[in-house]
Design a protein around this ligand. Structure first.
Ligand code: NAP
Length: 448
């Protein structure tokens, strides 16, 4: 009886409990086949970028976690937090235990500029810096210097806008956020006197979206200003040269808003956009003191070239927001040059699938992962039939045999309750930010 029951269920492990993992889970459950799905994450807490990447003052974006919570409550679903692939269990072992494995491990590593001085104190990638202010336990020790010195954020995407906004907002403006305690204290005590968002190309090539850019025009810090190097092309009038209609609309709106910033700059603007500027070298003894740059322009063939003499922009904090990479994983094909899994679609091989940033690269909004999750689930359901694999019982036995604890759904609920109880309104939660505190909170009520 028991073994017949076991053979009729599809047993799936999803590694990575972020948006791509949850959208894959949702699609698998929607298929209404007999199924058991285990979500495995190396962090004690679920939700990936929703918790650790989305800006702490963007609670409306984080609200998707309520739908994910409902999925987590389903009886077919198991949560295995604090379990790391490659450390606690290997991919080959998971593939032996489950009918199928889906990798949704994201792109957690920062791309680097590759310039001299990038390892000076005060220079960070956006993954590290955003992780720090979002209370990601890996970045607890980052301790960035915040003492009023000017900051530069390199990159013209939405992550650069998030970072500039978080650095410039006052404690009152951040009151309804879940900014981590250390970040709230440090930023309030020594906010940068000025933040410059640096783009190596121009306003037309910026990747910003309108809503995110508009927020920067509404800060208590005052309106931004726009700096175009003398050698750079003139500020574009419109986005008509872009071939893609959707991109043309987005870029056109962004250009119009940037133009209003240009026409009505704040006096001594605390936030500046500086276009057509390429970082050459981070200067300083121990900590960064300035960023050496060159101005850029497009040549006749449309290539970006350096123009004019190098110049130095003083700064005490440099954050690069220039994209992310995934990590190679034993047993999965990997494209080292692109920093992501190597596959044409969600099927890496029959029985092994992938979705989200680890497959597609670091682009798009949270909802873009829904399409990825649907595609991974469809490929999996087309390929795989139940084969009497041990599934979650097998994983439990394997981890117990290795004396590895894990945090289950109830453990996460205890963490969640403890964080919400510790918050002062209007903050939604006060995050626990060390592995030790998270593990303790997961167990505490269990022992009461
Ligand atoms: P992104 O949108 O791809 O922007 C990356 C930026 O880095 C580009 O401006 C790029 O310039 C620049 N860059 C790359 N290499 C560089 C180099 N060597 N030197 C100087 N600049 C360099 O990436 P992102 O900002 O990390 O965002 C990732 C995704 O998350 C995006 O799709 C974004 O929209 C999304 N996101 C959305 C929100 C939101 O909706 N609120 C918030 C955060 C993130 P080039 O164009 O010249 O290469």
């Amino acid at each position: 009886m028991f073994s017949r029951f076991r053979t009729s269920k599809l047993r799936v492990a999803i590694v990575g409990a972020g948006p791509a993992g949850f959208y894959t889970l949702e699609a698998l459950l929607r298929a209404e086949v007999p199924i058991e799905v285990d979500l495995i994450d190396r962090l004690p807490t679920p939700f990936g970028l929703i918790r650790g990447g989305v800006a702490p003052d963007h609670q409306h974006t984080k609200a998707v976690d309520r739908a994910f919570e409902l999925l987590l409550s389903r009886p077919e679903v198991g949560y295995w937090g604090d379990v790391e692939l490659g450390r606690d269990v290997h991919l080959a072992e998971l593939r032996g235990l489950y009918d199928a494995v889906v990798l949704t491990i994201g792109a957690p590593r920062d791309r680097r500029l590759g310039i001299e001085g990038e390892d000076l104190e005060g220079v960070y990638g956006s993954g590290a810096f955003v992780g720090w202010y979002n209370g990601h336990p890996d970045w607890l020790e980052l301790d960035p210097p915040l003492d009023g010195a000017p900051a530069i954020v390199v990159g013209n995407g939405n992550v650069a806008l998030d970072i500039a906004r978080v650095l410039l907002k006052t404690p009152d403006e951040m009151a309804a956020s879940d900014l981590s305690d250390p970040a709230a204290e440090r930023i309030a005590a020594g906010p940068p006197c000025q933040v410059t968002i640096l783009g190596r190309r121009g306003p037309l090539q910026a990747r910003f979206t309108l809503a995110e850019l508009r927020e920067l025009g509404q800060l208590a810090a005052g309106p931004p200003s726009i700096l175009m190097p003398a050698e750079a092309p003139a500020f574009p009038d419109d986005a008509e040269e872009l071939a893609d209609a959707r991109e043309r609309r987005r870029a056109g709106r962004v250009l119009r808003l940037l133009k209003t910033f240009q026409e009505t700059p704040g006096e001594e603007a605390r936030l500046r956009f500086r276009f057509f500027t390429r970082p050459l070298e981070a200067l300083g003894e121990k900590r960064i003191e300035a960023l050496r740059c060159r101005s850029t322009a497009f040549d006749a063939e449309g290539r970006l070239v350096d123009v004019g003499a190098p110049f130095d922009l003083p700064c005490g904090l440099l954050i690069t927001a220039i994209g992310y990479r995934s990590e190679a994983l034993e047993g999965a094909p990997f494209d080292a040059a692109q920093g992501r899994l190597l596959a044409q679609g969600p099927r890496l091989e029959p029985g092994l699938y992938a979705a989200g940033w680890c497959l597609r690269g670091p682009s798009g909004v949270i909802g873009s992962n829904k399409h990825d999750g649907d595609a991974a689930a469809a490929a999996l359901l087309a390929d795989v039939r139940p084969a009497a694999k041990p599934g979650r019982l097998g994983l439990r036995g394997l981890l117990r045999g290795r004396r590895r604890d894990w945090i289950d759904r109830e453990g996460w609920r205890r963490i969640d309750a403890a964080e919400q109880a510790a918050a002062s309104a209007p903050a939604p939660r006060r995050k626990l930010i060390s592995y030790a505190d998270l593990r303790q909170a997961a167990q505490e009520a269990e022992q009461e």
